[in-house]
Design a protein around this ligand. Sequence first.
Ligand code: C6P
Length: 420
Amino acid sequence: MAEVVSIAAAAASLPWDVDAVRADFPALAQLVNGHPLVYLDNAATAQKPRAVLAALENYYQRDCGNIHRSVHQLGERATEAYERARRNAQAFLGAAEPREIVFTRGTTEAINLVAATYGAANLHAGDEILLTGMEHHSNIVPWQLLAERTGARVKVAGVNDRGEVEMAEFERQLSPRTKIAAFGHISNALGTVNPVAEWTARAHAAGAVVLVDGAQSAPHLPIQVGALGCDFFAFSGHKVFGPTGIGVLWGRAALLEAMPPYQGGGDMIASVSFERTTYNRIPYKFEAGTPHIAGAIGLGAALEYLQSLGMARAAAYEQELARYGAERLAALPGVRLIGQARERTAVFSLVIEGVHPHDVATVLDTEGIAVRAGHHCAQPIMDRFGVPATTRASLAFYNTRTEIDRLAEGLEKVRRVFQF
Ligand code: C6P
């Protein structure tokens, strides 16, 4: 055991070879509008390494069969690859068992699944659902739908001027009526890293079940669901360098077993008659119909790739980028950074007085720099900061300081164009 730890520690101390990492991502090596692409829209979706592209191609070229149904070779290979992807997700999250991994379409569907099954079965009029003021719409609307259905009430822990939810505020909004607490691990709009293990402990002490929206943390932090202590954890394949249309819901086996199914159809049943249907065991109970087989296999390849890079090393490199970027951008006249949390990742939400965020993004695009402009599907936190939208640069472990410099130069060009 000590040997394993020391090998891991040695790997963690190796320098981050960003050029070698970039070479794994063919999309990064292209010109856009005559400039080398600077891809800074990773919070929206991340680029895909060759390992993922190869896994997708291999499935469609060689192993294309349906899963859990076919005894022929192709079906068997597809089933094995799909279930291996589940084991990869288990390892990635440090989950106890593969059956705790449910494949979904993404974070959004994972949260909807929990709200519609666990939530509908366990919440009643007068119960409370605790969210924070920086949630993505995907971690707001499913709970509002649940509240409408059950008579439960949504409560919100407010955000301070730095873009943090203070522990006292979180505790103030908790009550013995809180049945579910659901919060993002990292804010997509601000980059704030939330103390989700501490929040989870407080929520559990109040008797609530906890869901962590890991859409923005799974690509950037090593995740161990046991250490977080939560009951459900959701993330999306496309943000962890895998395909779109696939994601993961991790849930404690005992909770998943007790929950009613989400959708009805093939694979989620044990037996069907017109009189009575019995359901399959977990996780299949929640995977009705032919799933996104290629997507799951591609996601499995992405997670293997991330494990081989080492998430702790990737996170340490990104912290450097976060520090450098915050300094470099804060020094630009007329540029205001929204969200100054003490714990944050390399997400920079910018506002330039008098220039629409879409115009900023359009000028940056002419320089080959891809960022996102808008409310980032997080309107409540935009309202909290009194802005309708921001221009957001979100980095990944394949970005560089030079690219941050290119962003800063691009913003200088915005200044020249709009004379702010
Ligand atoms: N945020 C962004 O540009 P899906 O769409 O299901 O893969 O992920 C939804 C989601 C849930 N929670 C958080 C914190 C998120 O950031 C997202 C997706 C993207 O910020 C697209 S809106």
